[in-house]
Design a protein around this ligand. Structure first.
Ligand code: 3HC
Length: 285
């Protein structure tokens, strides 16, 4: 499938990163946001992240300008002319995702593929909201999207081989390595990552050690780029909690119970980097 025009719905952290990587690889991108101010904000973040790449010599100034010119903001998928591939990256609420998929379905060119960047919700259920669920797939990018090499591809129950192949080829065209997973709660990435983060929070809650030493063990002892508590702050503690709830409910297994301290942090509004404090403080954020 020769894909040239894509529609990205949602310009938050993941959506703007996804639009960024598509535009850098010469795709025409429509970036859909609910309000013009949100689309402008997403474009400003993309410009800033492209500037980082220019400063590092990874992208030329002309490449940055061309990539930015390829991204057109819009308020609805109806304003994305003839898109052949869409990636939904709105917040992790099933009803919201289904309504975005119904809009995409109504606006899509015949044969277009509809992907969700969900981090843990059931792709099969999202797919059931469109006329042809065989054209729906999970395409889970990692944050920061311009940097991380992985795309997790999740086949829903009815995803066709053709849809899977197209998403796989597209991931490679974006310079990413695809890894495939079946549609089980948390897929591979968050089924493995989130219990580790949750366990680190139990270690902190039980006084096994300080946050600094828990992070140091995983950074220096296991060569992780960030310790689990620092990474939880970076991902967002509300996101971590929501994913643990999906695992806990999906598997009905107490080994996935969210740590009470994680729940308290979210109740307190300490969500990590985005709220200015989590396990660590982020003054000025
Ligand atoms: N856009 C473009 N470039 C970016 C960027 C962005 N948003 N963020 C970082 N970079 C670039 C920097 O410019 C730098 O480039 P260089 O290697 O050419 O110098 C490089 O990335 C490293 O950045 P920094 O020097 O600023 O900082 P660090 O070396 O500390 O790296 C990090 C930052 C890449 C975030 C690193 O700490 C890391 O890999 N952390 C772990 C990230 C991770 O685990 N992500 C997965 C989260 S889970 C997930 O996304 C799934 C979801 O469902 C929860």
């Amino acid at each position: 499938m020769d894909i040239k025009r894509v529609c990205v719905v949602g310009g938050g952290t993941m959506g703007n990163g996804i639009a960024h990587v598509f535009a850098l690889k010469d795709f025409e991108v429509t970036l859909v946001e609910a309000k013009k101010e949100l689309a402008d904000k997403a474009l400003a973040v993309i410009a800033r992240n492209l500037d980082r790449q220019v400063a590092k010599g990874a992208v030329t100034a002309a490449g940055r300008d061309a990539a930015l010119a390829r991204i057109k903001p819009a308020l609805s998928p109806k304003e994305a002319p003839g898109f052949q591939f869409a990636v939904e990256a709105v917040s992790e609420r099933m009803e919201l995702k289904k309504s975005v998929f119904r809009e995409l379905d109504a606006a899509a060119a015949p044969g277009a593929i509809l992907a969700t960047n969900t981090s843990s919700l059931a792709v099969t259920e999202i797919a059931a909201s469109v006329k042809d669920p065989s054209r729906v797939i999970g395409m889970h990018f990692m944050n920061p999207v311009p940097v991380m090499k992985l795309v997790e591809l999740i086949r829903g129950l009815q995803t066709s081989d053709e849809t899977y192949q197209a998403a796989r080829e597209l991931s490679i065209a974006l310079g990413k390595t695809p890894a495939s997973a079946k549609d089980f709660p948390g897929f591979i990435s968050n089924r493995v990552l989130m219990p580790m983060i949750n366990e680190a929070i139990f270690c902190l809650m039980e006084g096994v050690s300080t946050k600094e030493d828990i992070d140091a063990v995983m950074k220096l002892g296991m060569a992780h780029p960030m310790g689990p508590l620092q990474l939880a702050d970076y991902i967002g503690l509300d996101v971590c909690l929501a994913i643990m709830e999906v695992l806990h409910q999906g598997f009905c297994d107490s080994k996935y119970r969210p740590c009470p301290l994680l729940r308290q942090m979210v109740q307190a509004g300490r969500l990590g980097v985005k709220s200015g404090s989590g396990f660590y403080d982020y003054p000025g954020k």
